[in-house]
Design a binder for this molecule. Structure first.
Ligand code: NBG
Length: 836
């Protein structure tokens, strides 16, 4: 481990009475550790059957985590019992992705048990960091969408909302990224290889899912075997979601697919032993792996069945729960709210309708009204290639009843269009749930909008563009359904836990109320001019930077200098996120320094981190470019010590928790109009980094909160991007801007690819020959200038701290507590149900 080995968890920022807490958790006289019968010792002995002295770090982690789970178990049960007793309206969040990360430190901290953990660590001579490192990241998501779902679950529990998450228990999470010769390669992430200490399997609550055909999975794709109906079993695995303060402990229920445990004995006795087992195999493969694509819809049959499986299991489960405590199905929408995280679970529309019609025997009108009133849909992207469309033929084979219902919904929809808007053929075609042409398709976004009472985007600009461009005909038809819910992130994980030194400084200055009410940070505004608070801020940042540098050295052997500006771009690699724009800026600086080695410029370390979808060639080439750039710069004595590029492989929640607190500059540089919201932008802001960004997504609202003068905004606006799209020509910038031209010429002279001539020519095509769709060159000059201003500010330590503190003080809006309270009040109509 690093030079500063942290042996103990940070002391709790609040002063919590341990015995009162243990009473809250109903633990009685049982001790956490220290006696034969204490939790930790018993778990080591009875679960792992090992003597304390012989235990491996993993054994110790498991015993420790299970002991923490023991403490929360009674409260977890009590939470569910309270909901059963009070029978409040409940909300269910359906998501194909939950990017959870690690849970141990978060659970200890939210349970306010740092004191207990600290004592145990101390007395058992454990190393806290080593213990934490034993837990794999639960990477059941690709990026922002999945991480948002995880933040939402934590906020809902903190706010005592009767909420439950439903997802899939993938055996393999998002692939692990390795780098070889600068190229990304993918490796599987068997995160469940060692038993997960948090999950609780509940076989008796299994659910049966019927499909009209059987299917076989081979090589990751699915082949339907029509005419032979099949059954899948969904086994629920529950994970605790600890609200801050440990009062409410909600549940995240993840479904694993299994084959029916009754075999077709006919087939067995008939000799088709292998055939029967093969069916088992394919059923279990259904939840084997998460699809590693973000913002592109992958037309794969396996994914289609995964999505239906999530919907069918979750709806069966929540309807069963509804029936347990309610008799009158006409009150369903008063008791149940369901939020669809993107279109991935949009089959909930026909599935809920089917249940209400075929199982509850309601008439169409009533069933349809209840369906709409129950469901809400969140859109997360405007990228046309990401709007899911499933082949109608797959519905025909696997889900014919659902297709029948979709036809009927569509017939009624188009009738309504005709009567309200006349027979405008174009409009009918655009709103239709079915895309005609060869290979008819079901448009899942249209289905979700038509079948729900609320459609929201995730930042003001995104919701506006959704309404006025992407689905404008449907928005005209149902204007009352459209609304905005600007994203947020949980300050517990992203500030309290990730940045202990700064959190302590904040608490010392304004008390600890900010942890559960981030608007309290406003009080820091008054301290932006306070000399001693500025010093404290600087020291905390310095602390985080050295810790990061120590970690990096011990982990990868790379040395970075905390005295340099840490300048970060961390996200999935995608053309629209424009990692290449940042790379071009670095090449411009590199050229300047080579031309003028005495140039006055504060040294910078540029960090890139992020994965590319395995099939996205250009994104992978961008990663390769960043790595080659890093290598060439490192090898050039003229710039060494002044510029350094670091590509951090395997971006994940845990890495973000390390890097974001250590950052000075946050690059949020998507082409305006393409990033729905962004959420790392908010995390950087809370942690006192300054933003260099385009007017896109939630960055616009960050500037509104902090004042534009406290960010470094640059580049074309979304309207300008649309306006120039018709005639934009990157060649113009190449010909008229010497620095732009020199940067591109240097790249394409193979300066960064001496041993691989021509390797970057697809980047030339992207940036020049093929029209630079994401307008890198249009924004490069103003981007470089924005960073010059940032550099100048950095030279003035006080002015820098002033701005950074104002940013932190203005970040209150971006707590997911605020977002969730808006969903609860404006979409779900769900109220807190505190657990006594
Ligand atoms: C992503 C957007 C981000 C946004 C997150 C969370 C998808 C499909 N969309 O801008 O690209 O912050 O969703 O809303 O992953």
């Amino acid at each position: 481990m690093g030079a500063k080995t942290v042996l103990e968890p940070p002391v709790s920022t609040g002063s919590h009475n341990i015995s009162k807490l243990l009473r809250q958790y109903g633990c009685g006289p049982i001790r956490f550790e220290g006696t034969e019968n204490a939790l930790y010792e018993r778990h080591l002995l009875c679960d792992n059957v090992i003597d304390g002295g012989a235990a491996t770090p993993r054994d110790r982690f498991e015993a420790f985590a299970r002991s923490v789970r023991d403490i929360l178990s009674q409260r977890w049960v009590l939470t569910e019992r309270t909901y059963e007793r009070k029978n409040p309206k409940r909300v269910y969040y359906l998501s194909m992705e939950f990017l959870i990360g690690r849970s141990l430190a978060n659970n200890v901290s939210n349970l306010l048990l740092e004191g207990v953990a600290q004592e145990a660590i101390h007395r058992k001579h454990l190393n806290w960091i080593d213990l934490l490192e034993q837990e794999p990241d639960a990477a059941l998501g690709n990026g922002g969408l999945g991480r948002l779902a995880a933040c939402f679950m934590e906020s809902a529990a903190t706010m005592h909302l009767p909420a439950m998450g439903y997802g899939l228990r993938y055996d393999y999470g998002l692939f692990k990224q390795g780098i070889r010769d600068g190229w990304q390669y993918e490796q599987p992430d068997p995160w469940l290889r060692a038993q997960d200490p948090w999950e609780v399997v509940r076989p008796h609550e299994k659910v049966e899912v019927r499909l009209n055909s059987s299917f076989e999975i081979s090589g990751g794709s699915l082949r339907a075997v029509p005419g032979r109906p099949s059954t899948l079993i969904g086994i629920p695995f529950d994970r605790p979601v600890v609200g801050y303060g440990g009062a409410t402990i909600n549940t995240l229920r993840l479904w694993a697919a299994a084959a029916p445990d009754f075999f077709n004995f006919q087939e067995f006795s008939g000799g088709d032993f292998v055939g029967a087992l093969a069916q088992t195999l394919s059923a279990e493969s259904l939840t084997r792996v998460l699809y590693p694509d973000d913002t592109t819809s992958m037309g794969q049959g396996l994914r289609f069945v995964q999505e239906y499986f999530l919907v069918a299991c979750s709806l069966a489960d929540l309807v069963r729960r509804f029936r347990r405590y309610n008799t009158d199905v006409s009150t369903f929408a008063e008791r149940v709210a369901i939020q669809l995280n993107d279109t991935h679970p949009a089959m909930a529309v026909p599935e809920l309708l089917r249940i209400l019609l075929d199982e509850a025997h309601l008439g169409w009108d009533e069933a349809w009204e209840i369906t709409k009133a129950t469901l809400g849909y969140t859109n997360h992207t405007l990228m046309p290639e990401a709007l899911e469309k499933w082949p109608l033929a797959w519905f025909e084979i696997l889900l014919p009843r659902h297709l029948e219902l979709i036809y009927e919904i569509n017939r009624r929809l188009l009738d309504e269009v005709r009567s309200r808007f006349s027979d405008d053929e174009g409009r009918l075609q655009r709103v239709s749930l079915i895309e005609e042409g060869t290979g008819r398709k079901i448009r899942m976004a249209n289905l979700a909008i038509v079948g729900s009472h609320s459609t929201n985007g995730v930042a003001a600009i995104h919701s506006e563009l959704l309404r006025t461009t992407t689905v404008k005909d449907l928005a005209k038809m149902f204007p009352e359904r459209f609304n905005n819910k600007t994203n947020g992130v949980t300050p517990r994980r992203w500030l309290l836990l990730a940045n202990p030194a700064f959190s302590r400084a904040i608490t010392d200055a304004i008390g600890d109320k900010w942890i559960a009410d981030l608007n309290e940070l406003n009080k820091l505004r008054a301290l932006a001019n306070d000399v001693s608070f500025r010093d404290t801020f600087r020291m905390a940042k310095r602390d985080a930077k050295s810790q990061f540098a120590d970690w990096l050295r011990s982990f990868s052997g790379q040395a970075v200098d905390p005295e340099t500006i840490f300048d970060c771009h961390v996200k999935r690699f995608h053309e629209y996120k424009r990692q290449m724009l940042m790379a071009l800026r670095i090449v411009v600086l590199y050229n300047r320094l080579r031309a003028n080695p005495n140039l006055d410029m504060h040294p910078r370390t540029f960090f890139f981190s992020g994965k590319a979808a395995p099939a996205y060639k250009l994104a992978k080439l961008m990663i390769k470019f960043v790595n080659n750039l890093a290598g060439t710069i490192e090898g050039d004595p003229v710039v060494r010590g002044r510029l350094k590029v670091v590509f951090l492989p395997e971006y994940c929640v845990s890495l973000a928790e390390r890097l974001i607190p250590a950052s000075d500059a946050s690059n949020q540089i998507s082409t305006a109009g393409y990033e729905a919201s962004g959420t790392s932008n908010m995390k950087f802001m809370m942690n006192g980094a300054l933003t260099v960004g385009t007017r896109d997504g939630a960055t616009i609202e960050m500037a509104q909160e902090a004042g534009e003068e406290n960010l470094f905004l640059f580049g074309l606006t979304a309207e300008q991007v649309v306006a120039v799209r018709g005639w934009y020509n990157p060649q113009f910038h190449y010909e008229n801007e010497p620095e732009t031209r020199a940067a591109l010429d240097l790249i394409f002279s193979d300066h960064f690819s001496r041993n691989e001539p021509g390797v970057f020519s697809p980047l030339r095509e992207m940036l020049l020959t093929n029209g630079d769709f994401y307008m890198h060159l249009a924004d490069l000059t103003s981007y470089v200038q924005a960073h010059e201003q940032l550099g100048a500010l950095y030279a003035d330590r006080n002015a820098w701290a002033h701005k950074a503190i104002l940013n932190v003080a203005s970040s209150g809006k971006f707590s997911s507590d605020r977002t969730i309270s808006e969903y609860a009040a404006e979409i779900w109509n769900v109220k807190p149900c505190p657990v006594p």
